[in-house]
Design a protein around this ligand. Structure first.
Ligand code: TYM
Length: 329
């Protein structure tokens, strides 16, 4: 059976890009494969300094994952720091990736540039090594992600192949899987930049928990262009194309087909807003229910730990044996 792994960071609030690019596909994939989904709190530590914040975000993110439809009896949902094998294999990965390879990661360049005046941790730089550990620990064949994570999956493949070459066949070589629409949702106010949790301009980002009035307002203000024609052309018309992509992803059609239905930007914006509101409504209702019973939420979240640990610890010892560390027993 195909093994699938993908993770999300507990930093900031979950947005429409996370949902359409990743979470939605995790849910639809859970009955087709053996799936593992992690809340990667160690990754959040690369950019979070305040005490208590990561734990709070982790619990809220767990509520989101269950609210969008991940079933803890079907999918193995776990918290990264509860499975210490991630940190242990992470170090081995750091020693299998080069400084040059890490220096080429666009996400590091972007994030470190944005944090110019702030503390840039070494963890932010070595982050892809930990991500490689996340993936390789579970022998994942497929990693369903948004477009922005492709480079990190590529480097994971390179690291796995290098390790296998040095120490013998140990890791499964994974591949990334991106959805046909929704893989790259852009900021509504700045449609040449991806919608992002760390985006400064809140109003260009649709959060999963935004109420209908807020969603309508954000779509109304979405940047389009000075022309009037509704066509899907990412190069020439990034704003309109992003709206079409969102509408298509939310209603299960293609952006090209969606473009044939509308002749005015105003109608396109209103239809996109309504489609997103309808899509998010049941998710929001379940989210608040789950958050109201934190004991039950913790119970659901702890369900996956055992299975995650079982799989991860086997892979870690395989890697340790392949390297030839002296046995502790
Ligand atoms: P993160 O937490 O930033 O994002 C979670 C998922 O959401 C996708 N995504 C988007 N998709 C479409 N349009 C957007 N604007 C958009 N923004 C985000 C991301 O591609 C991702 O799939 N490094 C990862 C977390 C991670 C991970 C892993 C992922 C850690 N270990 C192992 C896969 C496998 C990250 O920061 O994702």
């Amino acid at each position: 059976m195909t093994r699938v792994l993908s993770c999300i960071q507990p930093t900031g609030e979950v947005h429409l890009g996370n949902y359409l690019g990743a979470l939605r596909n995790w849910v639809s994939g859970q009955h087709k494969a053996d799936v593992f989904h992690g809340i990667v709190d160690l990754h959040a530590l690369t950019v979070t300094e305040e005490p208590g914040v990561i734990g709070r975000n982790t619990l809220q993110l767990a509520a989101v994952l269950f609210a969008v439809g991940l079933d803890p009896d079907v999918a193995t949902v776990f918290v990264q720091s509860h499975v210490p094998e991630h940190s242990q294999l992470g170090w081995i990965m750091e020693c299998t990736v080069s400084f040059g390879e890490l220096s080429r990661m666009t996400q590091f360049k972007d994030k470190s540039a944005k944090r110019e005046a702030e503390f840039v941790s070494a963890g932010l730089f070595t982050y892809p090594a930990l991500q490689a550990a996340d993936i390789l620990l579970y022998d994942a064949n497929e990693v369903p992600v948004g477009d922005d994570q492709r480079q990190h999956i590529e480097i994971t493949r390179d690291i796995a192949m290098r390790f296998n070459h040095r120490f013998g066949e140990t890791f499964v070589i994974p591949k990334s899987v991106t959805p046909p629409s929704g893989a790259r949702i852009m900021d509504l106010l700045n449609p040449t930049s991806k919608m992002s949790k760390s985006g400064d301009e809140d109003t260009g980002v649709i959060y999963l928990l935004d109420d209908p009035a807020k969603i309508e307002k954000k779509f109304k203000r979405a940047v389009t262009d000075s022309e009037t024609e509704v066509v899907f052309d990412r190069e020439r018309k990034p704003g309109v194309s992003n709206l079409l992509e969102i509408l298509a992803a939310a209603t299960g059609t293609t952006p090209q087909k969606a473009a044939e239905t509308y002749t005015r930007y105003g109608d396109l914006k209103a239809a996109s807003a309504q489609a997103v509101i309808a899509m998010l409504e049941p998710i929001q209702a379940r989210y608040f229910e789950l958050l109201n019973d934190q004991g039950e939420l913790m119970r659901l979240l702890h369900k996956g730990n055992g299975r995650a640990k079982e799989v991860a610890s086997k892979t870690l010892s395989r890697a340790q044996k392949a390297i030839g560390f002296l046995s502790a027993e």
